[in-house]
Write a protein that binds this ligand. Structure first.
Ligand code: ACO
Length: 366
């Protein structure tokens, strides 16, 4: 039998060519189709960047208006989806609810190949699922989407029950842009594996949500806020973090498979968070925890080049705009669905089933 190369964790294995993004982990660079992600987050909006990823270019004014109208027209949840969400027990976590809600959006017409119409419809509905569930948990009447508001503002409106402050919309928009796309991360890979079997878009995105949920991927931001809460004071930061590392545990919001220098999304979001949180003691403590965490990681893992990742400051931004911990990761999904679906379209356009191998280490029958 021929010897296969074993790549546990698929480190450094290239499984696709993509026009969507470049993640340069050595130099800390992130490009979406010929644009710096950082610049897109400063100068553009959620819909403009989604257009760039889905259609290949930033939109003209006319194209942008057309996309906004399509998103607005698709925000409302079908009655059967609401009825099913109502049946889910209150202690089921929000990511599981989102995964179930997305699964319920399957339609007979959604067979292979995936289309941009399906992608837009799904992207429009995901924020409504999250807001609907939150309202049910809080015992308030779920708000219908507000067609006067764009994607991010409408999401905040549905979650908070009031027209959001423009600074909050800008901050959340920056976060949602910086996390729309990120190469072949675990959830995107999951989406592409499912798409490669010629399964439907909804099945791909359901798989991706399941992958994003894990604390080593998109589940980290709520664990960052939990960590800051538990640390509580600046004096407690070093003993608390040191105790974690002594036990061999990981510090949430630090480290990345690809970035061996600062995560450029963390750099950009640090600025956004600090603008909103200038006088907030929580943010002051968080930046202290970051400094102590970096110092200790250099001490305990000297050869690993561990830096702050996007999740550390994602937590700070989402907290600053008033979102609850429980919807930090679902909000990541509301953003990343753009990249997942762009990858599904790209996979479908040039498909070969993704089918790696494993080495049998068991015993052969007699
Ligand atoms: N805290 C402590 N040690 C760490 C951390 C951390 N946050 N991250 C990596 N390490 C250590 C590992 O224990 C391991 O040490 P060892 O070789 O002595 O056993 C070594 O560094 C592995 O380093 P990498 O190969 O760089 O890490 P890997 O690719 O396996 O994991 C991951 C990357 C999962 C992101 C990891 O850094 C981690 O668990 N971070 C905390 C969770 C987190 O913040 N996740 C969000 C990532 S960003 C995103 O998904 C959007």
């Amino acid at each position: 039998m021929a010897e296969n190369i074993i790549a546990i964790g698929l480190d450094n294995v290239v499984v696709a060519e993509t026009d969507l993004s470049l993640v340069d982990g050595q130099n800390g660079l992130l490009v979406y189709r010929n644009h710096w992600a950082r610049d897109l987050a400063i100068h553009h909006t959620f819909e403009e960047v989604a257009h760039l990823l889905w259609y290949g270019e930033l939109p003209t004014e006319q194209q942008l208006n057309a996309l906004k109208e399509k998103l607005k027209a698709n925000r409302t949840l079908p009655a059967h989806v609401k009825a099913a969400l109502d049946q889910i027990p209150a202690d089921v976590d929000m990511m599981s609810v989102l995964r179930t809600g997305v699964s319920l959006l399957a339609e007979p017409t959604h067979a292979w190949p995936p289309t941009l119409e399906q992608v837009i419809s799904l992207t429009a509905k995901m924020p409504t699922i999250v807001a609907y569930r939150q309202a049910c948990l809080q015992g308030t009447e779920p708000l219908e989407p507000n067609s006067a508001l764009d994607h991010t503002a409408n999401y905040l409106y549905m979650l908070k029950g009031e027209i959001p402050h423009p600074a909050h919309v800008r901050a959340l928009d920056a976060y949602l842009i910086l996390t729309q796309e990120h190469g072949m991360n675990a959830s995107t890979f999951a989406a592409r594996v499912v798409a490669s079997t010629r399964s439907d878009l909804i099945s791909s995105i359901t798989a991706a949500i399941g992958a994003l949920k894990g604390p080593l991927h998109g589940g980290a931001p709520s664990e960052v806020t939990e960590m800051i809460e538990q640390i509580g004071t600046k004096e407690n930061a070093e003993p608390w973090l040191r105790a974690k590392l002594e036990k061999g545990e990981r510090l949430m919001g630090f480290g990345h498979r690809v970035y061996k220098t600062i995560d450029p999304r963390a750099t950009a979001l640090r600025v956004v968070a600090s603008e909103l949180s200038a006088d907030d003691p929580w943010f002051d403590l968080a930046t202290h925890v970051e400094q102590v965490g970096l110092k200790l990681l250099a001490e305990y893992k000297p050869n690993r080049k561990l830096n702050t990742n996007v999740e550390f400051f994602a937590a700070a931004v989402m907290r600053a705009v008033g979102l609850d911990d429980a919807i930090f990761t679902p909000t990541f999904a509301v953003s990343r669905v753009v990249g997942w679906s762009a990858h599904v379209l790209e996979q479908a356009a040039n498909n070969r089933i993704i089918r790696p191998q494993s080495n049998y280490t068991g015993v052969m029958p007699e």
